[in-house]
Design a protein. Structure first.
Length: 154
């Protein structure tokens, strides 16, 4: 079964940068945007995470948080975040278990660029998976998905 809208979001615990353990259950009561991306320091991922970082005040004003997830380690995430001035926490899914649980692994086991919005109750209210991953959803689309999730859970 492929995870989709209306399904409970799989919980997880991942190390991330800034240093710490990140888990959806630790922020229940807030909307969460999970942005799965293939690789730190790649051109499209850089553009995507810069855009989401610039939108962080807008996400925060809606009571939402954004996390980026990829298979790289924390040191690579630290280097990427510092070099690009990213404010989105970057989580390390080195064994790709979270990517697998969310159905974002392609046929060769690589991450497909994907985004999920999880409402305050821990339910997936929006999901978008790409096949090629050469583009990403704009911040405005994700903000609208968060607004819809919040309206539905009120």
């Amino acid at each position: 079964m492929v995870l989709g809208v209306g399904d409970p979001a799989p919980d997880f615990e991942l190390e991330g940068f800034p240093e710490g353990v990140y888990s959806p259950k630790l922020i229940l009561g807030r909307a969460l945007v999970l942005a799965f991306y293939p690789e730190d320091h790649s051109p499209v991922c850089t553009l995507q995470l810069r855009a989401y970082s610039e939108g962080m005040p807008d996400f925060s004003s809606l009571g939402a948080t954004v996390w980026g997830i990829s298979p790289q380690d924390q040191e690579t995430h630290r280097s990427f975040a510092e070099r690009q001035s990213l404010s989105v926490p970057l989580l390390s899914d080195i064994d790709k278990k979270v990517g697998s649980a969310y159905g974002v692994l392609g046929p060769l086991g690589f991450y497909r660029r994907s985004v999920f919005v999880i409402n305050r109750q821990g339910v997936v209210t929006f999901c978008h998976r790409t096949t090629a991953g050469l583009t990403y959803l704009p911040t405005s689309t994700l903000l609208e998905a968060v607004r819809d999730a919040e309206a539905a859970s009120s």
